[in-house]
Design a protein around this ligand. Structure first.
Ligand SMILES: Nc1ncnc2c1ncn2[C@@H]1O[C@H](COP(=O)(O)OP(=O)(O)OP(=O)(O)O)[C@@H](O)[C@H]1O
Ligand SMILES: [Mg+2]
Length: 479
C-alpha cells in the first residue's frame, strides 16, 4: 500500500515539476523575461548604430540590396521561431517560403556579434533597418554584407529555372535577333543521389564542385579564369550524360550542349562560346569520336583554345566545362593536360556494389536471397553497363525476383559474350558465340562460356590494376 502511494506521489511530483518548468521557460515566462531584461540592460552600456536598406532610391529605382537582405532574412533559422512569420507556397513543389510580418524584428548572430533587423513598413515605403553595436560595426559590417550577398546568391541559384541550350544552324529569337542557341527548360531528373557511383568518388566530386562555387576570389587572385573542366570517360551506358545533368542540377547551372557536328569552324565555335552565359555547364559529348572522324573544318587548336578558357575569359565566367569520351586511350596527351582538363572521372561498367545501388533505387531492394549469386557472377568477371541493368530492372520492376533473375541471365550470357569478344580481340582465345543478341537477355549459358568466364576471371585477378576513378590533374581548389 505504501509503495503505491509513493509511486502516486512521485508521479504527481513529476507532473508538477514539468508544468513549472514549462511556465518558467515559455516565451512569456520569467526565464525569457529575465533574458530580455538582461539584454536591454546590457544595451544601456553600448552605443548602437542604425542602418537602413530602403526598397527604392530617391529616383524610385529598385535597390538590389533590399531584395538580397529580404532573401537572407527569410532564410534565417530564427525566423522559424518567430511568432510573426507568414508561410507561403513557393514556385517549386514542396517549397515553403517564410516572410516576417511588417514592423517586426528578428535577431541574427554573425562572428559572435548580435545584430537585429526590423522589417520597417510605413504606407508604401518599405525598408530593412539593421541595428548593430558601434563597437562591432567596424570589424563585422563589411564581412556581414558579403555574407548576405553569398547567402542570397546561393538562394537564387537554388531557385533558378534551368535551361538547356542546343546549338543549331541559326534561330530567330522572339525579339527578332537571330542566335545560334535554341533553349528549352532543363528538367532532367538526374541528381547526384540517383547516380550509382562509388560513394567516396561521389563525395569527392561533390566537395570539388562546392569548393569551386566558393572560389571566385581565389581564382581571381591567381589571375585565372574561374572555370573548372571535367573529363568523364567510360563505356557506353555507364552514366556520363546523366552525370552531366546531375552536376547541372547540383550547381543550379544552365547546360550548353555543343553538338560538334554542327560547328562549322573555329570562328563558329568562338561565336557559340561568346553567346553562352555565366553559371553554366558547357558540354562537349563524345569528343574522342569527333577527334577520330574530324568531320568539320573545326580544328584541334580551336578546341584547345576553348579548353584553355581564353575564349570564355572575354565574356562571363563561372563555368564548368565537361567533355565525355568512351576512351581516352588514343587521345593526344596535349588535349588532356592539366589546366585543360582539371579532373578525370572514370565511369566503369557495373560491379556488385554499383549493382546493389541500382537494385535499391530501381527496385527498392536493399538485400535479396539472389544477391550472393549475382555477386559470384560479378566476381567471375562478367559485367554489364548500368544502363543495361537499369533497363532490365525497369522492365521487371513489379517483381524484384524476376528482375534479379533476368539480370543474372543477362550477366551470364551477354557478360560472357562480351568476355569472349574481348578475349578473341586480344587473340588469346576464340569466343564461342560471337553472334549473341546484344541484349543477351534470352540467351542460354553454355559450358564453353563458363570456361571462358573462369579464365577471364583469373586473368582479371592477375592483372588487378585499377584505373583511379577520380584523378585531379591540377588547378585551384578552394577559396
Ligand atoms: N551510374 C549510373 N547510375 C544510375 N543510372 C545510370 C548509370 N549509368 C547509366 N544509367 C542509366 O542508363 C541510361 C543511360 O545512361 P547515360 O546516357 O548517362 O550513359 P552514357 O555513359 O552517357 O552513355 P553514352 O556513352 O552511350 O552516351 C540513363 O537512363 C541512366 O539513368
Ligand atoms: Mg552520353
Amino acid at each position: 500500500m505504501m509503495t503505491i502511494s509513493n509511486i502516486f506521489c512521485a508521479l504527481i511530483g513529476t507532473v508538477v515539476s514539468l508544468l513549472l518548468l514549462r511556465l518558467l521557460f515559455r516565451k512569456t515566462g520569467p526565464f525569457h523575461l529575465l533574458k530580455r531584461w538582461w539584454m536591454s540592460t546590457q544595451d544601456l552600456f553600448y552605443a548602437y548604430q542604425v542602418l537602413k536598406v530602403p526598397e527604392f532610391n530617391d529616383a524610385m529605382q529598385e535597390n538590389p540590396l533590399y531584395r538580397r537582405v529580404s532573401a537572407y532574412l527569410n532564410s534565417l533559422p530564427s525566423l522559424e521561431e518567430s511568432d510573426f512569420t507568414n508561410l507561403f507556397a513557393g514556385k517549386k513543389p514542396n517549397d515553403i517560403l517564410l516572410h516576417l510580418d511588417p514592423n517586426q524584428t528578428i535577431d541574427d548572430v554573425f562572428l559572435g556579434a548580435r545584430l537585429s533587423w526590423t522589417n520597417h513598413q510605413r504606407g508604401d515605403r518599405r525598408a530593412f533597418v539593421l541595428r548593430i553595436r558601434r563597437a562591432d560595426k567596424r570589424s563585422i559590417l563589411r564581412p556581414y554584407l558579403q555574407h548576405i550577398h553569398a547567402v542570397s546568391d546561393e538562394i537564387d541559384r537554388k531557385k533558378r529555372d534551368l535551361k538547356l541550350h542546343i546549338n543549331v544552324d541559326r534561330v530567330v529569337l522572339d525579339d527578332g535577333v537571330s542566335g545560334r542557341w535554341r533553349s528549352v527548360p532543363f528538367t532532367h531528373p538526374s541528381t547526384l543521389d540517383t547516380i550509382a557511383m562509388e560513394p567516396d568518388l561521389k563525395d569527392k566530386v561533390k566537395s570539388d564542385l562546392e569548393s569551386f562555387l566558393k572560389a571566385k576570389q581565389y581564382y581571381h587572385r591567381l589571375g585565372r579564369v574561374w572555370k573548372r573542366s571535367f573529363l568523364l570517360y567510360g563505356p557506353s551506358g555507364t552514366g556520363k550524360s546523366s552525370f552531366v545533368a546531375a552536376m547541372a542540377n547540383f550547381l543550379g547551372y544552365d547546360v550548353y550542349d555543343i553538338d560538334l557536328s554542327k560547328v562549322k569552324d573555329d570562328s563558329d565555335l568562338k561565336v557559340l562560346l561568346m553567346d553562352t552565359t555565366s553559371k553554366s555547364v558547357i558540354v562537349m559529348e563524345d569528343l574522342d569520336r569527333f577527334l577520330a572522324s574530324k568531320s568539320t573544318a573545326l580544328s584541334v587548336s580551336g578546341i584547345l583554345n576553348f579548353m584553355d578558357g581564353i575564349l570564355s575569359s572575354c565574356c562571363a565566367e563561372e563555368r564548368i566545362m565537361v567533355f565525355t569520351m568512351n576512351s581516352k586511350e588514343h587521345i593526344d596527351p596535349a588535349i588532356l593536360r592539366p589546366g585543360r582538363v582539371d579532373v578525370h572521372i572514370h565511369f566503369p561498367l557495373c560491379d556488385f556494389s554499383a549493382f546493389k545501388n541500382l537494385a535499391n533505387s530501381y527496385l527498392g531492394v536493399k538485400d535479396h536471397k539472389l544477391f550472393p549469386q549475382v555477386e559470384e557472377i560479378f566476381q567471375g568477371g562478367a559485367s554489364l553497363s548500368p544502363a543495361e541493368i537499369g533497363e532490365l530492372m525497369i522492365a521487371n520492376r513489379n517483381s524484384p525476383s524476376r528482375a534479379l533473375k533476368s539480370v543474372i541471365t543477362a550477366l551470364q550470357t551477354d557478360g560472357s559474350a562480351k568476355i569472349g569478344r574481348r578475349l578473341s580481340h586480344d587473340g588469346s582465345r576464340k569466343a564461342g558465340d560471337e553472334s549473341a543478341d546484344s541484349s543477351g537477355v534470352f540467351l542460354k549459358d553454355s559450358n564453353a562460356m563458363k570456361d571462358l568466364r573462369k579464365l577471364y576471371g583469373l586473368l582479371r585477378m592477375k592483372s588487378n590494376r585499377r584505373t583511379p576513378s577520380f584523378d585531379e590533374a591540377s588547378g585551384p581548389r578552394d577559396g
